[in-house]
Design a protein around this ligand. Sequence first.
Ligand code: SF4
Length: 273
Amino acid sequence: MAVNNNGVDVCYNVQTVVDDKHSLIVDINVINNPTDHGQLSEMSKQAIDAFEVNSIKSLADKGYYNADDLKACDKENITTYVAKQVFSNSTGEREFYCDRFKYDKEKDVYVCPAGYNLKCTIKTPIKEDTKHIEYANYEACSKCQYKDKCTTSKQGRTIRRCVDQDFLDSVDERTAKNKELYKRRQMIVEHPFGTIKRGWGLSYFLTRGLQSVKTEISLAFLAYNMKRAINILGIKEMIKRLEGLLHLSNLYKAYINIYWEIMRTIRVKYEPI
Ligand code: SF4
C-alpha cells in the first residue's frame, strides 16, 4: 500500500477509535486495505456499542472522506467532522485545482477560474462504482489562455461531481463551522500512536498475518490503556479495582476482565463531545 514518502510497501493498516476525554483506545482493527474508505462508520459503530450511547461525534482525517461511508455514519447517528479531500489537476497548478471551480446550484454549472461556465455533459455516472457526473466546456477551453495550466487534455478540462455532492457539502460546512473541535482530532488520535511508536519504539510489527498483527497491536494498546488508566485513576485505585478480579485462575480470563474494567471505567467517565 502507499506510504508517507509516496512509495509503496507491504503494510498493515491499523484503525483505532480514541476517546476524546482520556485518550484511551476504545477499539481497534487491522486491515490490509490501502485506503481508509469504509472504516469510519464501522469503527464509530464499535464506539457507540462500547459506550452504550445512541449517538457520537466522530473526527477523522481526509483519508476517510468517502460519501458512502459518511452517509452510513449519518444513518447511525454518527455526526462526522472530516477534512475535505481536494483533488489536484493533471498539471499540478494550484490555481486550477478542482476546489477553484465554483458550483452554481441554480444554473447547475461550474464556473472555472477563467470565468467560463462548464455545463453538465454526462448526467448519469458512466460506471455504477464511479458515482460521478461530468461538467465541461471544450469550446471555451480551446481558446483559453490558461489551458496549459488547467489541463493536459487536448480536448479541454472536465470536472467530476459526485452524485452525493450535496450531502458532502453539508459535511464540509459542518466541519468548517467547527474548526476548533476538528483541530483536536490530531491531539486525540496521536496521543496513543505517539506514545507507542515514538515513546516505546514500536514502529514495526514482529509478526505477520492479519490475525497475528491484530493480536500484537492489541497487546500494545492494552498496555497503553492500562498505563493511561493508572495515570488517570492512580495506582491505589487501580489496584483496588483490580483486586476483585485477581481470584480468577485463568490468566487469559483475568486480562480480558481487566480490559473490560478499564472500558467500564472510561464509559462511566465519558461524556459525548
Ligand atoms: S482551460 Fe477551460 S476550464 Fe480551464 S480555465 Fe480555461 S476555459 Fe476554464
